[in-house]
Ligand binder design. Structure first.
Ligand SMILES: NC(=O)C1=CN([C@@H]2O[C@H](COP(=O)(O)OP(=O)(O)OC[C@H]3O[C@@H](n4cnc5c(N)ncnc54)[C@H](OP(=O)(O)O)[C@@H]3O)[C@@H](O)[C@H]2O)C=CC1
Ligand SMILES: O=C(O)[C@@H]1CCC=N1
Length: 293
């Protein structure tokens, strides 16, 4: 696998912990791929399992060389032996999965949740004991070392465990510790954020084609424009508004486009969409909490 990541923190070498991924979907794969290509985890130290999709597990094993646990006995063993357990199932499956997890847990294990909306208190209630917990909100760009993750810890997490979690997420992108009350905001910004930009890119590509460009040209120009714009913000240190000003010649094409965005209240639409995403994370958490009690 190529090391094409540009992460915030250089990996301090192998972390040599047994990592178990409870849930083997998109987000689990993004983290696994990111950790392996960053040189932080050995495939042999990673075990992954899901509920019932054997074909998916075989695909992950073949793609990354990780271990898989395909039956109940192997799943229990994987959980018991793990130093770190990543909780990577959908919110709707979390209550059932965490109740099942409870008997396999032992002191000293660290739980890392990526589940949108699920609070640390709810995790503690579901597992019925106090273990170190990191509630994280990563994103799928972790796959290529460009993730952006918000992290909150419970009081049971030691300094060493906090450092371990930060080290892992910084090896696959950037990571910021935030108060748990702000995790739903992080979800609205960077958790769901890649989808907003893909949506914008879809619209740009479709429009470019309708303006007469060939599909591959439309795609290549759009993708490079988004990549170049993000890199300009990072590498020049200039504010997006200032960089926008430099593109916008008075009375020119960009001004005509931005005026159209303003008339359609594009900024307002982005604001409403992001607030709705944060609100939805809160609703999902509340639904989960109602299903626990
Ligand atoms: N996708 C994203 O961009 C992001 C997702 N998240 C969070 O990550 C979590 C996972 O999302 P995502 O990866 O997209 O979801 P996927 O649907 O791709 O994967 C969910 C996985 O959980 C497994 N699973 C469900 N219930 C159980 C169970 N009882 N025991 C074992 N495995 C189980 C599923 O297995 P099976 O297929 O067998 O049912 C599947 O492998 C969600 O909580 C989401 O909020 C956070 C940030 C970004
Ligand atoms: O859409 C979702 O609910 C998850 C959380 C953030 C990104 N995907």
């Amino acid at each position: 696998m190529t090391r094409n990541h540009q992460a915030e923190g250089a990996a301090d070498g192998l972390i040599r912990r047994k990592l178990c991924f409870y849930g083997a979907g998109s987000m689990a794969e993004a983290i696994v791929r990111g950790l392996i290509s960053a040189g932080l985890a050995e495939p042999a130290d990673i075990v992954m399992f899901n509920r019932a999709n054997a074909a998916r597990l075989n695909e992950l094993r073949d793609r990354y060389g990780v271990r898989i646990a395909a039956d109940d006995k192997a799943r229990e063993q994987a959980l018991r032996e793990a130093d770190v357990i990543f909780l990577c199932m959908k919110p709707k499956d979390a209550a059932d999965a965490l109740r099942r997890l409870s008997p396999a847990l032992r002191d000293g294990q660290l739980l890392i949740s990526v589940i949108a909306g699920l609070s640390i208190a709810a995790i503690e209630q579901l597992i019925g004991r106090r273990l170190p917990i990191a509630r994280t909100m990563p994103n799928t760009s972790s796959t290529i070392g460009h993730g952006a993750t918000g992290i909150s810890f419970n009081d049971a997490a030691s300094d060493a465990q906090r450092a371990l979690v930060l080290n892992m997420f910084r090896a696959i992108g950037i990571a910021r510790v935030v108060d748990e009350s702000l995790i739903n905001a992080v979800t609205a910004v960077s958790g769901s954020g890649p989808a907003y930009l893909y949506y914008m890119m879809e619209a740009m590509i479709d429009t470019a084609v309708s303006l007469g460009l060939a599909e591959d040209t439309a795609r290549a120009l759009t993708v490079q424009t988004v990549l170049g714009a993000a890199r300009m913000v990072l590498e020049t240190g200039e504010e997006p508004a200032e960089l926008r000003r430099k593109v916008t010649s008075p009375g020119g094409t960009t001004q005509a486009a931005i005026e159209t965005f303003e008339r359609l209240d594009f900024r307002g639409a982005v604001g409403q969409a992001m607030r709705r995403a944060a609100e939805r994370a809160g609703e999902m958490g509340a639904e989960l909490e109602r299903s626990i009690t």
